[in-house]
Design a protein around this ligand. Structure first.
Ligand code: PTJ
Length: 267
């Protein structure tokens, strides 16, 4: 009935915000053991606000983008999944599972460098079954052109040689740099108008905690599709239209909430 692992507060599973609290505590725990950067808490809070105004569920635009993203990952020659602290804390098992199904390595790539973080993230991913993690061996690292942040350091076996990079919860600079280097980019970002969302080829406007399980399910189903069918799925997609759909959803959700709120205020 009560979930003891939610820090010091016992939160009953029946609590209306149970899931949101569960993931909040994963982020807090992650920060305590160096997986998550301090700024990761703020990034998570920003994500929560967008999730709230998207109705906290996977919307139709996101479902469409998820399907296209899976098709693109299955088609890519060298797909890579970039992993930062927040993602590792929230969905380590799912990252490893997806990486294995679509045969795309996980590459740890951090914005905030702090001693011990790479090791902490490596530990959490290996506990979830990851093998051959990239981004942990200094000898393999090179610098991406056109990028000044720590994220410029990438693995020659991973992001450097990739044709497609999936970047969940990313900052805009690297997405822009990756695009300028000719890579295809899949973003998972709750903010439909972040620079990452706008620069990406395929933008999944959804919470990573819902998007990844959905991607795993679809990847299992779609891996038997023929190349021609996968290509058609990618070809039929228009990212701009999809972002507009996500924005319209926010607008409609807020309108509906406004009506509901005024009913309560009146009574
Ligand atoms: O671990 P590091 O050092 O690589 O740092 C990771 C963070 C996330 C701290 C860093 O990349 C950062 O500061 O990111 P930003 O610029 O705050 O962008 C994060 C984006 O992810 C924002 O647009 C948020 O709305 C979005 N976001 C936050 N939580 C989620 C999310 N999107 C999907 N799912 C979430 N759970």
């Amino acid at each position: 009935m009560f979930e003891k692992d939610l820090g010091n507060s016992d939160v009953p599973k029946t609590h209306p915000r149970y899931l949101s609290l569960k993931f909040r505590h994963k982020i807090i725990e992650g920060m305590k053991n160096l997986v998550v950067a301090e700024a990761g808490l703020i990034a998570h809070g920003r994500g929560e606000s967008f999730d709230y105004i998207l109705g906290e569920k996977t919307n139709d635009a996101a479902k469409k983008a998820i399907k296209v993203a899976v098709a693109a990952l299955l088609l890519a020659k060298h797909p890579v999944i970039s992993v930062n602290g927040n993602v590792a804390a929230l969905v380590p098992d799912e990252l490893v599972k997806l990486s294995k199904i679509i045969n795309a390595p996980l590459e740890i790539n951090l914005f905030y460098r702090k001693e011990g973080r790479i090791e902490a993230i490596k530990r959490i991913l290996e506990n979830s079954g990851a093998i051959n993690l990239l981004g942990i061996n200094d000898n393999e690292m090179v610098e991406l052109e056109g990028l000044e942040s720590n994220r410029r350091r990438v693995s020659v076996k991973g992001i450097k040689k990739s044709d497609l990079v999936m970047v969940p919860l990313e900052d805009g600079d690297r997405t822009e740099a990756l695009k300028k280097l000719g890579k295809k980019v899949i973003a998972i970002d709750l903010n439909p108008v972040s620079r990452t969302s706008l620069w990406a080829d395929i933008t999944i406007v959804d919470n990573i905690v819902r998007a990844l399980p959905e991607m795993i399910k679809l990847a299992e189903e779609m891996k038997t599709l023929e190349e021609k069918q996968l290509k058609q799925i990618v070809k039929d997609f228009d990212n701009k239209t999809n972002i507009v759909m996500a924005l319209d959803l926010i607008k409609d959700y807020i309108e509906a909430q406004k009506r509901e709120a005024f009913k309560i205020l009146k009574s």
